[in-house]
Design a binder for this molecule. Structure first.
Ligand code: R5P
Length: 261
């Protein structure tokens, strides 16, 4: 791997722990002003010091994130669909030159395996890898499966492996039963999404299980920014990811920090 590409990846996956806590706030690219992100700046800016990287679109980056921020950016460059249409009908929305101008550390897009536009999204990934590697910029592939397919180890393992085979440098997927099989079959690092909002302790359990079974970290959104105490939740997640804390230790930290405010 070239020096530039390795250096950018090291900004996201911390070399000291070989893990990462990414904060995902790109939901608006198909959901609009989703709960907790109606005014992204208010929710997200206080969390920036606790995030190893921030995943978002160029519009929210330019409008809501101060250019004084040092938090590495993972820029979503796919879109073109909405919650009202066919989600898998995506194209590339942002050029690699624009991503470089925005000084991002990686670019990201979704692939939809088993969906109507599967081939289109896999070709998007292949094209993005071709273009991003010319600038030594890593690509994160976000896996989604077709509507009728379970989010299980068989299908998520299929998605992650295809993403790696097409050249993704790291992959984001969902936690599932037998998650270690997904990790074993994927030769690049995996980060897990948090999924829909659950009670804080359950989200911490998910993070803990994923790390124990080989994920290099989380790329968590709703379970942080929709938490009753986002600043406490992200620090509790960090304790699991970077300090190998137990779920109870992390939950105690969450309660302490929540009550401090
Ligand atoms: C999905 O397409 C986006 O990348 C989301 O940002 C992400 O998967 C959601 O994160 P979470 O499930 O933790 O809210």
């Amino acid at each position: 791997m070239s020096w530039g590409l390795q250096n950018r990846l090291n900004r996201i996956i911390r070399p000291d722990t070989k893990r990462t806590v990414m904060l995902a706030i790109d939901h608006g690219y198909f959901l609009g002003p989703t709960s907790g992100l109606e005014e992204p700046e208010k929710t997200i800016v206080p969390l920036l010091p606790h995030a190893d990287a921030l995943m978002l679109t160029r519009g929210i980056l330019r409008q809501c994130i101060p250019p004084t921020s040092n938090t590495p950016i993972v820029l979503r460059v796919s879109g073109g669909s909405s919650i009202l249409g066919k989600l898998d009908n995506e194209g590339i929305t942002t050029s690699i030159q624009e991503a470089i101008r925005l000084n991002v550390s990686a670019v990201t897009l979704s692939i939809f395996v088993g969906a109507e536009h599967e081939k289109q999204t896999l070709m998007n990934l292949s094209q993005l890898v071709n273009e991003a590697e010319a600038y030594d910029t890593p690509v994160l592939a976000v896996t989604a499966v077709g509507k009728d397919m379970g989010r299980d180890a068989r299908y998520l393992g299929l998605c992650c492996r295809i993403a790696a085979e097409l050249g993704a440098h790291f992959v984001k997927t969902y936690y599932c039963e037998d998650f270690e099989q997904v990790v074993t079959g994927c030769p690049v690092p995996i980060v897990v999404a948090g999924g829909k909002k659950t009670p804080e302790k359950e989200a911490l359990e998910l993070a803990h299980n994923a790390i124990q079974q080989g994920a290099v970290g989380v790329d968590m959104g709703r379970n942080i920014f929709q938490s009753e105490a986002p600043h406490a939740m992200i620090q509790a997640v960090r304790k699991i990811v970077h300090k190998n804390a137990s779920v109870n230790e992390a939950y105690d930290l969450f309660q302490t920090l929540k009550n401090q405010k």
